[in-house]
Design a protein around this ligand. Sequence first.
Ligand SMILES: NC(=O)C1=CN([C@@H]2O[C@H](COP(=O)(O)OP(=O)(O)OC[C@H]3O[C@@H](n4cnc5c(N)ncnc54)[C@H](OP(=O)(O)O)[C@@H]3O)[C@@H](O)[C@H]2O)C=CC1
Ligand SMILES: O=C(CO)[C@H](O)[C@H](O)COP(=O)(O)O
Length: 466
Amino acid sequence: MTTPLIGLYGLGTMGAALALNMAEHGIHVHVANRTTAEVPVFLDRAGPLGTNITAHDDIDALIAALPKPRTILFMIPSTKPMDDMIDFVIPKLSPGDTVIDAGNADFNDTRRRDALLREHELHFVGMGVSGGEEGARHGPSIMVGGTEHSWAQLEPVTKAIAAQHEGDPCVAHLGPDGAGHFVKTVHNGIEYADMQLIAEIHGLLHHGAGRSHAEIGDLFTEWDRGPLKSYLVEITGRLLHEVDPQTGRPVVDIIKDSAGQKGTGRWTVIEAIRMGQSATMIEAAVASRAWSSEGDLRAQAAALYGEDRGTLEIDDAELAKAFSAARVLDYAQGFRILRAASAEFGWDLDYARIAEIWRAGCIIRSALLDDISAAFRNADTGGELILAPAMAEILKDGIPALRALISKSLAAGHATPALASALGWFDTMRQSRGQAHIIQGQRDIFGRHGFERIDATGPHHGPWWG
Ligand SMILES: NC(=O)C1=CN([C@@H]2O[C@H](COP(=O)(O)OP(=O)(O)OC[C@H]3O[C@@H](n4cnc5c(N)ncnc54)[C@H](OP(=O)(O)O)[C@@H]3O)[C@@H](O)[C@H]2O)C=CC1
Ligand SMILES: O=C(CO)[C@H](O)[C@H](O)COP(=O)(O)O
């Protein structure tokens, strides 16, 4: 068997880790980096793995060294740098070669780039990689979008380097062009909401129930041994126990409460809204990060209105149930966005497989994903997670606890945008007759927009128009 071979450009945090992962799995990787001074540093780090690595001074040399059809993975910012590199390499490549963007890209850019490369008889792969540096080095979750031709070359490489869940590599060819990057984007949207839920729960326990960070960390660590087990729960447990060496204070007390965001959460929300699939929990999470950066305004409002938050009695078992229900709703909203995109772009996404490749390696990996993938395999709910019997069980068990938690938290003045929006969405979806008849009536009165009647077909107007 010939040794799998690939080109990799961009030896930053993720690219270097992926290259080492490949080398460790017997894949010969040709590498180059914009700043050539980084290359010897990388080779030093590679140590004995260097036998599977050939370093080049620039992209031209890397391209020249690869046999055709070439597969070159770029791990650089998926914005202008990626467009610039594509423009630079197109004239140097041959028909049948594949360019991979493995960064976090807006899938609209991926579709545009795919079309451009097709004009040149080249292939473009949008490949989502999740797991941060550690995942990239020792096994990420990989979401591939592209042609069968490119997948045939990529499959052995990605299956070797991906995280393994009980022997199943966490990688899948999810569809053409933007499918892989879209699924990665929604993965990140779900990640945003899961992180926000955890942050809100911490806030309720700390400010409402008066528990120390370490006590809350203990609870997260305990949760990580049961059905709530997840990477984000695990690292939150760790985070809450860490002490700042300079001050001796809990690290979380010295971190400024202003969250960064690089775009994937926002893209999820934009696409969700564009497709009529508002994902309110992800919206709440994106909004909360934006509001977090408005520290001055929040300080002024705190001075004006006061920032009192009442005391809360919190039962850990009830809190766990509430958290479980909210997480199911987070995933449910995420999969609805995937369902809408799959229909719009004809991707025929396999929801069970997506849940399966998220079970290890990625940031949202969790025990719940085992249940979600089984739920999709066992019941055809058309991608609607809330209709799956196994999820309905979790929801029926957890919604009363979530309702009780939200009621007392709102009454006491605690901010819970994601938890509250979970319930708002769930209660909306379980009403067979909601409130939209009032909206339709209003629209007809002010704009003659018309409405459908419950007892007849076609458009109708109300008596106000005679
Ligand atoms: N960090 C993470 O946890 C994750 C990141 N990603 C995505 O991976 C991609 C890379 O991220 P990461 O490794 O963290 O970033 P780093 O900043 O660590 O590395 C960036 C890499 O891109 C190169 N680069 C930057 N600008 C250009 C340019 N104009 N032309 C050519 N090369 C350029 C850099 O080269 P040089 O050394 O010369 O600066 C470096 O090799 C991004 O799309 C990111 O969104 C995806 C999943 C997780
Ligand atoms: O893709 C990732 C994890 O899955 C990256 O860590 C990404 O940077 C996370 O998004 P943000 O920086 O917006 O929090």
